[in-house]
Design a protein around this ligand. Structure first.
Ligand code: NAD
Length: 368
């Protein structure tokens, strides 16, 4: 009997509906070849939900997403909702989905396809293939925050006035569960794990380092090292091909994963996964935003969303073969010279053809 998977699809705003449609079309084609059925239900979040329900994340969306086997998200936000109240901003839907689904691990692979090497701003990027594992629900973005008034003076005599503060705090449990994901991932890859922290200054980082060092004894095959975040920012530029798995806290992961995305050169190619406790639905989405400048013009690159669907097959359902089928079809499509507008300059003069979202999706399906 065919296996069945229920996928909640949140198209979102801007190019979201176009790229999620591409990804689902590819998924349907890829799964049907291997006797698997997927069922999709479309849910609203972000600006689309504000327009329909007056709020960015209706309860119905969370409940339905929780009830699915996995969630595919396009992107949310756009100028139409820029002036709504801060609490109603479309991006609030992302935080709500993360906390509602208990997604604590953000996994972002950074791969540079041979055909797109020219897209990297680095002269000799080498064979870049690493993954950033970022803690997603703890740390300074979720710590105690506030204002207070101070009558104290600074060294130049001026009054301090209003003081704003944000707090970085982590529990051992939070750190251990993300470290475990990172070590396990390293075991499935090239068995190298780098912890990025700021242990020379921060107490929380020292706890990350202690726990990671302890856990490394359970994974003797994994070559484990640590880098201070400032150094890591440099090393990602100077020797990106030497990294395998990088694990880090919420704020460092936020910053470094954008840096890493830029190393790969094309925002339209990078997928991501956010995972929670085993057995709960993960969320798979491209790293880019809703690109309102391209929406509705058949210009968006759907590859990041298609590759997010491949990650879903691998990480949510253990369907490694389907994941590889999709990734190989993407590679073949690039090898044949098809390019969307964001990557047209790559391989210029080498028989490349500018195509739209629909055409490149059709080519991926044909190459499956
Ligand atoms: P963006 O990622 O949407 O766009 C940045 C640039 O990259 C634009 O020039 C855009 O045209 C281009 N681009 C992005 N994705 C592309 C694709 N698939 N194909 C071709 N080109 C692509 O970032 P932004 O402009 O800063 O943000 C636009 C909106 O998206 C904002 O409302 C922002 O808040 C939101 N946003 C949402 C998410 C999310 O839903 N996860 C993430 C980031 C930004």
């Amino acid at each position: 009997m065919a296996k069945k998977y229920n996928i909640a699809v949140i198209p979102g705003d801007g190019i979201g509906p176009e790229i999620t449609k591409s990804a689902i079309d590819v998924l349907e084609a890829a799964t049907s070849k291997r006797d698997i059925e997927i069922f999709t239900k479309e849910l609203k979040a972000g600006g689309a939900a504000i327009d329909s329900y007056g709020i960015p994340l209706p309860q119905e969306t969370i409940a339905s997403a929780k009830d699915s086997d996995a969630v595919l998200l396009g992107a949310v936000g756009g100028p139409k909702w820029d002036n709504v109240e801060p609490d109603l901003r479309p991006e609030k839907a992302l935080l709500g989905l993360r906390s509602g689904l208990g997604l604590y691990a953000n996994i972002r692979p950074v791969t540079v396809y041979n055909e797109l090497k020219d897209a990297s701003p680095l002269k000799n990027p080498g064979n870049i293939d690493f993954v950033i594992v970022r803690e997603l629900t703890g740390g300074i973005y979720f710590g105690k925050t506030g204002f207070y008034q101070s009558g104290d003076h600074l060294s130049d005599g001026s009054v301090k006035g209003k003081i704003a503060y944000d707090t970085e705090s982590y529990s051992e449990g939070e750190i251990n569960r993300i470290l475990k994901i990172a070590f396990e991932l390293a075991m499935k890859r090239r068995k190298k794990l780098t912890l990025v922290d700021k242990a020379n200054v921060l107490l929380t980082s020292r706890m990350w380092r202690r726990l990671a060092s302890q856990m490394s004894f359970d994974y003797p095959e994994v070559e484990f090292d640590c880098l201070y975040v400032d150094n890591a920012a440099m090393q990602l530029i100077s020797r990106p091909a030497t990294f395998d798995v990088i694990v880090t806290n919420n704020i460092f992961g936020d910053i470094l994963s954008d840096e890493a995305g830029q190393i790969a050169g094309s925002i339209g190619m990078l997928p991501s996964a956010s995972l929670g406790a085993p057995g709960t639905p993960g969320l798979f989405e491209p790293i880019h935003g809703s690109a309102p400048d391209l929406a509705g013009q058949n210009k968006a690159n759907p590859m990041a969303c298609i590759l997010s669907a491949a990650m879903m097959m691998r990480m949510a359902f253990g369907e490694e073969e389907i994941a590889q089928d999709i990734e190989n079809a993407v590679k073949k499509t690039l090898e044949k010279g098809l390019r969307t507008s964001d990557i047209t300059f790559v391989g210029e003069g080498k028989n490349t053809t500018l195509v739209g979202t629909n055409e490149i999706t059709g080519a991926v399906i044909a190459n499956l």
